[in-house]
Design a protein around this ligand. Sequence first.
Ligand SMILES: Nc1ncnc2c1ncn2[C@@H]1O[C@H](COP(=O)(O)OP(=O)(O)OP(=O)(O)O)[C@@H](O)[C@H]1O
Ligand SMILES: [Mg+2]
Length: 185
Amino acid sequence: MDDLSLHVLDIIENAVTAGATNVEVRITDDERQNLFMIEIADNGRGMDKETLKKAIDPFYTTKTVRKVGLGLSMLAQAAKEAGGKFGVQSQPGRGTKIHAHFLHDHIDRKPLGDMAETIAAFIAGNGEKVDLTYHHRKGDQEFFFCTTEIKKVLEEITICHPEVISFIKREIRDGLKSISKRSKI
Ligand SMILES: Nc1ncnc2c1ncn2[C@@H]1O[C@H](COP(=O)(O)OP(=O)(O)OP(=O)(O)O)[C@@H](O)[C@H]1O
Ligand SMILES: [Mg+2]
């Protein structure tokens, strides 16, 4: 996987598999502190200590179709390669929080990639049953997006409608561009 956004997609899909109805994605892009950070929280079924320990092992999965689970271990690996840290906190019945830190200027830090595409693809597939919030800080500027606000104005139309998905993609793309331009640090 070349882009961190694809890792994000993988992790938020884990949340859906775990029965989450709420997913929160937070990205911090702070060159001044030489920090790039991805945090993802969900309210899914969570993991007990033993599952959690195994979860970051590349050979562990609760999926029955394939014996190797890669999502978490690949993000952990990507963070390690970029001088960073990776951690998972989880409580059965409450949810899971994942964080991955990277050194911003590390030569092996993968680019973020297209978050607008990632979030839009996730909503197209899961938007009816899962709500998502997305915070993105670039330097001193922040962008915020949430599906509950979109749903309020949509009324009868599904959030998965192709035109709504195109709108969401544009919204996020423009929002990210604008914070990038305005940030003074
Ligand atoms: N958000 C989560 N909530 C509850 N359990 C989780 C969560 N994320 C991961 N897990 C547990 O950790 C295991 C490993 O996750 P991982 O993403 O690494 O692999 P996978 O989802 O099983 O397979 P893959 O992502 O390669 O398709 C999962 O099978 C699941 O049991
Ligand atoms: Mg997975």
